[in-house]
Design a protein. Sequence first.
Lengths: 338, 506
Amino acid sequence: MKNKKVIIALLDNLIWPLLILIVIIFHFISDKFLTTFNITNILIHAAVLGILTVGQSFTLITGNFDLSAESTLAIAALIGAWLILPSEAPNFGGDIFLPVGLAIIALLVLGLIAGWINGFLITRLKMNNFIVTLAMMIILRGFMLVISEGNTMSGLPDAFKALGHNDLGKIPVSVLMMVIVFIIAHIIMQYTQFGRNLYAVGGNRDAALAAGISPDKHTRQVYLISGFLAALGGLMLAGRTGVICENMGSGMIFEIQAAAVIGGISLQGGRGMMLGAFGGVLLLSIIDSGLSLMRVSSFWIEIFSGLIILVAMTIDAQKVRYSTIPTVESKLSIKKAE
Amino acid sequence: MSKTDKYVIEMHDVVKTFPGVRALNHVDFKLKEGEIRSIVGKNGAGKSTLMNILSGIYQPDHGDILVKGQLIKPMTTEKARKLGISYVHQQSQLVPALSIAENIFLGDLLTEKTGFVNWKKVRTEAEAQLGELDLTIDVQRKVEDLSIAEKQLIEIAKALFANAHTIILDEATAPLPKEDVQMLFDFVKRMSAQGVAFIYISHYLVEVFELCKAVTVLRDGKKVGDHSVSDLDQPELIHLISGEKVETFHRKHHKLNEEKVLEFRNLSKSGHYKNINFALNKGEIIGLTGLEGSGKTKLIRGLFGLEPFAEFGEITVDGSMFDAKDPEKAINEGIAYLPRDRHGLGIIGARPVSENITLSILKRLVNKLGFLILSNERKHVENYVDKLGIITPSIDQRVQFLSGGNQQKVVFAKLASTEPKVLLLDEPTQGVDVQAKEEIMKIVDQLSHQGIGVIIVSEEIRELMDVCDRIIVFFDGEIVKEFNTKDRSTTAEKVLMAIEGETKKK
């Protein structure tokens, strides 16, 4: 029993020793690694991932997930730009010429709508969250192609790019945004009734219901949060790159989930802290940057990303294995494994 | 009668240590051919460990196992099966979505030369095989539609088809309906007469007395003794199990407050219950009992908003009309519910003791800005941990690491925190050991003294007799009898008769 608790505590906080280890390794491999320039770069790349990981963590903690986040990010950025830009090349906008402020509001609302639809289908129509968000991911990506007709939009106005591109003093605004979002999320989860309710819903849905907490209401709310943050991430990513192409954010969902899970947020729901997810975001960004510094081919980076996801899920599975009451069947399988 | 005095199972000097605990301390265990022997003890006394060693799931640190006089070393699960030892678990090992016949021939369905399954043959074979055991049951029924007792029957039958001579029967977590128990016990007794030995593990001592001839008592990993059931009565057995004289708790009757806190008027829900009329006074404890499906559970779950409630009738809570909608509303109006299924609806295992206890009252623990005042929460939790005697290393401990009895107390603390007017308890002592049962009953008594009206739904008549002021008996959706436990004429036998529907046919 004691051992089990130690193992679980270790698995829950594994992110921090991992993080230190990886920094030390890259520091010895490349002397460029721990420079202000490189660290700033890592953080800028971490910003969008971080914002989306927060959104995803909210859904994961309630025992859900949101696969559509990466498409929401892309479509929000695209629609925002489309509402501003003229239609000729290389802008490929919609000739609507909306003021930038309104366009930003519109794209954030779009994120909320995507989240609302997810929540509605899952809680009101009792559909499976995997199927719903997967379908949403495909549909939104499809809309993106329809609207952009496969063109890459560019020539975004500076005001639209501000969040992803500007600095406040020496600090990039996007990094500041990420840190603020993480702090708010952390406070919500640890110090408010809403946060506690989310843990309860994810930890044991039926018990939460019996304690007077509506699982469905809270599920709808986390999808709204996830949709909103995905749209915000889209705005930031568009600002950083200055262009919007059809495959923007494509495949990012795996990185997002890996960051959350390796940071201790369990796929089982009800477990993990935003602080840990922040560590997960840093870890993934550092590995990405470190491998690039080492001039590892992008094909190999791809393989590494896959491995990281596998490692994250392995840790999560062990956590679940150690924290559930062993049934005779699982004892049997352990026995056989010996 | 082919019974002999030969031992089929002998376990000598078994020791098993888990990190930090000596689960079994030099335990001997013997079982004769055709014997029905029960192993009893508190949670953690070593019952399951001993059986897991016998069936090869665990390896002992020390000690020998002899099957029919032959030393088996090491015992493995495959060997145990081959040697005729079968373990029928609490959780069914049958495939729920398949029929009885398919489960019987699982992995070995009778096929034609063409490779297709010969369903007719599967059916007739299954019927024939069960017939040999004197079991008549529709083999096309799906296992998921069977009662727990029926599932156990099928599992025992399966074990017997595989030539088992020793069957370990782990208690069903829920008390089985009376007629099902009878069916199961009759079958077990019949098989034992034919030479099959049974090891029966149970918390329900009444059933132990009914079924078994002999009993082995374990306490804290040591064997207390082997006894013949005829030499013992229930209090003596409880004494042996707990190692100390457990006072069975008995509520002192006191003058009841006449103020009604909950009243049902003409409540009906078609197919479940009809014309339910009764009132609960402040500080009163009422027991609702009856067979499985008699409507008592539906009634209180409906009142709390966990399932659709009555279509007709009125309820008043503390004088004002109440409309059951969802648990949130029920809690706000002063109704608390302790679920039968602690793991399903009670605790959130992955979260700490503190969060579990304050789950329903967080809005009282926030400041003006909506942030939780953690120091107040801590104070509240420590107060309850102290008051209810919850044994935990710290209030930050995850509830899943507490014992069953302590988990149940955490649920009580959560409910009491809401300061309810009415407390609904659905089988509150299920799956907790004898001592924890008494403690829980004491807590219920204390709460009632604070003016809370309590309804206990239970099939444990003796417990209800000890703690309730009144017992209301349901039969087939109706209230058929009400007993006042103060009356000397109220006996467990009379309550039992009412449960079985005797009074209805007056």
